[in-house]
Design a protein around this ligand. Sequence first.
Ligand SMILES: O=C(O)C1=C[C@@H](OP(=O)(O)O)[C@@H](O)[C@H](O)C1
Ligand SMILES: C=C(OP(=O)(O)O)C(=O)O
Length: 426
Amino acid sequence: MDQLHLSPISKVDGTVNVPGSKSLSNRALLLAALSNGETHLTNLLDSEDIHHMLNALTKLNVSYRLSECKTQCWVTGNAGVFNVPEPVTLFLGNAGTAMRPLCAALACSQGEFELTGEPRMEERPIGALVDSLLQAGADIDYLKNAGYPPLSIKGHALKGGSVTVDGSVSSQFLTALLMSAPLFENDTTIVISGDLVSKPYIDITLHTMAQFGINVENQNYQQFVVKGQQQYQSPGHFMVEGDASSASYFLAAGAIKGGTVRVTGIGKNSIQGDIRFAEVLEQMGAKVNWQDDFIEVTSAPLTAVDLDMNHIPDAAMTIATTALFATGTTSIRNIYNWRVKETDRLAAMSCELRKVGATVEEGEDFITITPPQQLLHAEIDTYNDHRVAMCFSLVALSDTAVTINDPGCTAKTFPDYFDRFATICK
Ligand SMILES: O=C(O)C1=C[C@@H](OP(=O)(O)O)[C@@H](O)[C@H](O)C1
Ligand SMILES: C=C(OP(=O)(O)O)C(=O)O
């Protein structure tokens, strides 16, 4: 197995331009494919999750052209649902932003589709989305375990109407329904049952849909009304913001060992909820400079926080390793769904944080972290989870080295993460 050894880093300083947002790239690609007209996407993320969406679009007969550097894409829209005469199998890796939205879009398209993925994808729930699509009239079967991929979908026009979706495990189920509901035959009212998690991702969805010409009535995140028989309209050009979750590692490094670290590609008005990560750093004591086209963090002594981080589930992992540099016990709360992501992240983070010497309490939906006097050198297992690999790079900002096992797993969202990280290490 590949390993990366990071020696102690005494200071970080500089500017990083983060690659495009995963969430926006995959939403924009799908909506561009369903749209009327050609869309020119710029600053598209070039990573595994996006390749899975692009490969799926190829199999769905969508025509697009990628620039050589793969960060620009011209998509010729279908002007409506997909229409595929032969049965197709789409392999979607472990990309939630491909699996869930495509499941809904294909349920209302013409054709027979099998959606498969990596072994971990077969353990990530999709039952709540399938249940709600069945209410709308879909024909979907589980090929292995009920409630989980792989799926078999017999696509046909969906009626819509009143549909309930459980929002308590993943916001991606609601995102998937919202993006497909304009293509249903009738108006659709989506009623949320359970407490909706990861709410800011719904704002990303609604914002992206609006850029493609579709507005949704949002009744306080409890109910959404979407008119049927609509068509997405290409905005012509769609610029993908930098990825705010990817920014979190650099911003945290600035807070821990700046100097000052500036991240460009995002700014104070970014649509991604994960920019709120910098507010947590502020609460821990770091100095944050919020501008329209960058966010900059300067270090200061950090103290522990005790916060609900349901709104920033991905960036919250970066707080778990930042906590190793804060005085006191940091508590990250209301993050049950860490358990159903790339790995069981509550178990994985607890285990790896203990290896570097932290005292950790792992609850069903929270984690508390108390740093040791002196961090210990450890080989960090990454569980095929890009974020475990990236957030543990911060350990090297101590006077202790860290070894990251299988660093290549960052390819899911950030293939050259460790090279970019090296550019701010002085
Ligand atoms: O909609 C999205 O783009 C995402 C939603 C979040 O998932 P959950 O809603 O499952 O928390 C997040 O963790 C994931 O990385 C991306
Ligand atoms: C949870 C994540 O990914 P996915 O889009 O596959 O859900 C993530 O990127 O942290």
